[in-house]
Design a protein around this ligand. Structure first.
Ligand SMILES: NC(=O)c1ccc[n+]([C@@H]2O[C@H](COP(=O)([O-])OP(=O)(O)OC[C@H]3O[C@@H](n4cnc5c(N)ncnc54)[C@H](OP(=O)(O)O)[C@@H]3O)[C@@H](O)[C@H]2O)c1
Length: 283
């Protein structure tokens, strides 16, 4: 791989949270960055702040669920910077609610953003990386890609799918000099909860018999969110994976993410199920 300072890096979901933090951390290295997400103004403001000359950091607004946007993004990146060295698949959001009550359309959309858009981007970028004989794909999954919980299992299953996809892709691309890395964030203080609540508003408005359980779960999340680290902890992890000559297959951060993953591995499902069981909110 060329040194970070010479790489062309495409970052999805760069308009806020973890993606924005990754852009802020990588920009000073001198790497050329393409920042993408739907909110054009936020992206453009970030690109202008990181590189007022416009020579090294560019905003490319796109809705990643749309094939024509994805194609324009990849061809636009190559037209602008001549190649792509690293693809960071970070864009994503959470769909909440009991499986029984989340409309199939909402489940499909969560998979469109968190899984199919990633698959499609990999299909567009992998041939470029293969032809170069080198490159990296970094997929931001989640602790929820290893531990599925009641009432968030739609989102959790998208991240489980991305984990499996990444593991398979790593083996497929290895002979061609392309490395695939998974980063598993724990609780990170970003707009994620706000976006998840907005995406799930329809479902959450009428939960029927699940209502007291969801209320209690919200309280539990609020408690756990006190563990949340700032998004730069994940950006540092990404930078580490990009600078490593031989990156690990999986990284997790912050420390609570490593502890949850270790507990999932160590304890039998019965114990994990008990720990994450639904409890009604007391009246
Ligand atoms: N925060 C956490 O606790 C946490 C924990 C584990 C994993 N993660 C994962 O980390 C990643 C980043 O999340 P975050 O916490 O930084 O949340 P965030 O601040 O809400 O960022 C999500 C990003 O995804 C973009 N996005 C969403 N839908 C899109 C679409 N259709 N097309 C293009 N871009 C789209 C959003 O941009 P626009 O709205 O401008 O399109 C935004 O930039 C996600 O994959 C999430 O699952 C987060």
């Amino acid at each position: 791989m060329p040194p970070l300072s010479e790489q062309v890096i495409l970052i999805t979901g760069a308009s806020s949270g973890i993606g924005e933090a990754i852009a802020r951390r990588l920009a000073p290295s001198g790497a050329r960055l393409i920042l993408t997400a739907r909110r054009a103004e936020r992206l453009q403001a970030l690109a202008a702040e990181l590189d007022p000359t416009g020579a090294r950091v560019a905003a490319f607004p796109a809705d990643l669920t749309r094939a024509e946007h994805r194609e324009a993004l990849v061809t636009g990146t190559v037209a602008r910077f001549g190649r792509i060295d690293t693809l960071i698949n970070n864009a994503g959001y959470g769909q909440r609610g009991p499986v029984e009550r989340v409309p199939l359309e909402a489940i499909r959309h969560n998979f469109e953003v968190n899984v199919f858009a990633v698959v499609a981007l990999c299909q567009l970028v992998a041939p470029i990386l293969r032809d170069q004989g080198r490159g990296r794909i970094v997929n931001i999954t989640s602790v929820a890609g290893r531990i599925a919980r009641p009432l968030t299992s739609v989102y959790d299953s998208t991240k489980h799918a991305l984990e499996a996809l990444s593991d398979g892709l790593r083996g497929e691309l290895k002979p061609f000099g392309v490395q695939v890395v998974v980063i598993r964030p724990g609780f990170i203080a970003t707009d994620f909860v706000t976006a998840a609540s907005a995406a799930s508003a329809g479902t959450l408005a009428d939960l029927g018999p699940y209502t007291p359980y969801m209320s209690r779960l919200r309280d539990g999340f609020a408690d756990l969110r006190r563990l949340a680290a700032g998004p730069d902890v994940i950006a540092r992890c990404v930078e580490h994976a990009l600078r490593a000559r031989r990156p690990r297959a999986h990284y997790a951060a912050p420390i609570h993410a490593k502890l949850f993953l270790a507990a999932r591995w160590f304890f039998p499902s019965r114990v994990v199920d008990w720990f994450i069981r639904l409890r009604p909110r007391p009246d």
